[in-house]
Design a protein around this ligand. Structure first.
Ligand SMILES: C[S@@+](CC[C@H](N)C(=O)[O-])C[C@H]1O[C@@H](n2cnc3c(N)ncnc32)[C@H](O)[C@@H]1O
Length: 280
């Protein structure tokens, strides 16, 4: 394979690109990350016959640059995910939070996976619901809806397909879970229809309004705030508090914390996991 050409990036273009990215999706690109921009954008620039980062910035500003903007954001986001990431979160839900939420009056229980990447997180939520329903002796009387959103159209397309191949079909799954929640499809695994049925995907930039989404009992916002500024993290957490029902739960990634971001939540440590409960 031919080695991919590296972009030569001058400091002015780099600064302008940092501003573009932060404005477009909140991602803070630190100094000295020119190699990252180069490795993630070279193929797209070659495909689009665009000359360097300066040419890209000019094309993005020109009328009709929206399609390219989506591709650039797609290329610049880090989409790493795997099955049952921070498994203690799913245990906490199954053992403690679902039984608690089940007793509440109301229509469907609503869960939001707010940066769902290629779908492992929302499908794991649905699998956890399925396990809970299977074990529930009294019969569960609230239906469950899972909304899964991401800014990356490429990731959403993969997530909607429900089909995982190679490492993505393997990473984090036990063989028992593979047998239970998937059907083999050629060399890949396809998520079972009853697991997929609860999950609805939609494109959403976390910098934009959440008002159209409705209210939730549980929000998973894991491993995405790390890419944002302190102010944007605080803004997102406080807007999430506005769409959570009282006593609802927010889950963050294991390296993320709510400290100094919001005083509307209390920490709950249980079943080996940590969640943040919206104060009543
Ligand atoms: C590292 S993945 C985390 C996936 C999953 N939540 C997990 O913990 O495994 C981060 C995801 O955040 C998404 N993302 C980045 N900026 C975003 C934004 N402004 N709005 C919505 N999603 C965003 C990326 O596209 C990516 O899929």
């Amino acid at each position: 394979m031919q080695p991919r050409a590296t972009l030569s990036i001058n400091p002015v273009e780099y600064r302008e690109f940092q501003e573009f990215l932060q404005q477009a999706c909140g991602i803070l690109l630190g100094s000295g990350k020119e190699y990252l921009v180069s490795s993630r954008l070279s193929a797209l620039l070659a495909e689009q016959d665009i000359d360097g980062l300066g040419g890209l910035l000019r094309t993005l500003k020109a009328p009709g640059g929206q399609g390219l903007k989506v591709r650039v954001i797609d290329a610049m986001t880090t989409n790493e995910t795997f099955w049952y990431r921070d498994v203690s979160h799913f245990e906490l839900l199954r053992q403690k939070i679902f039984p608690e939420l089940e007793k509440r009056p109301g229509g469907a229980m609503r869960i939001w996976s707010a940066a769902c990447s290629s779908g492992q997180e929302p499908y794991n939520l649905s699998m956890t619901v399925e396990e809970y329903l299977g074990a529930s002796r009294n019969g569960y009387n609230r239906s469950v809806e899972i909304l899964a959103t991401d800014i990356s159209t490429r990731m959403l397309e993969q997530a909607r397909s429900g089909i995982y191949c190679g490492v993505a079909a393997d990473r984090g799954l036990t063989s028992e879970q593979s047998r239970r929640f998937f059907v083999p499809k050629r060399d890949c695994l396809e998520v079972l229809p009853e697991i997929r049925r609860r999950v609805h995907f939609r494109e959403l930039n976390l910098t934009s309004s959440f008002a159209v989404l409705g209210r939730f009992d549980v929000i998973f916002c894991r491993n995405v705030l790390i890419y944002f500024s302190h102010d944007l993290k605080r803004d997102i957490i406080n807007r999430m508090a506005q769409v959570l029902n009282p006593g609802g739960y927010l889950f963050l990634g294991s390296t993320e914390s709510i400290n100094q971001l919001s005083d509307r939540f209390e920490m709950r440590v249980d079943s080996g996991g940590i969640a943040y409960r919206l104060k009543d």
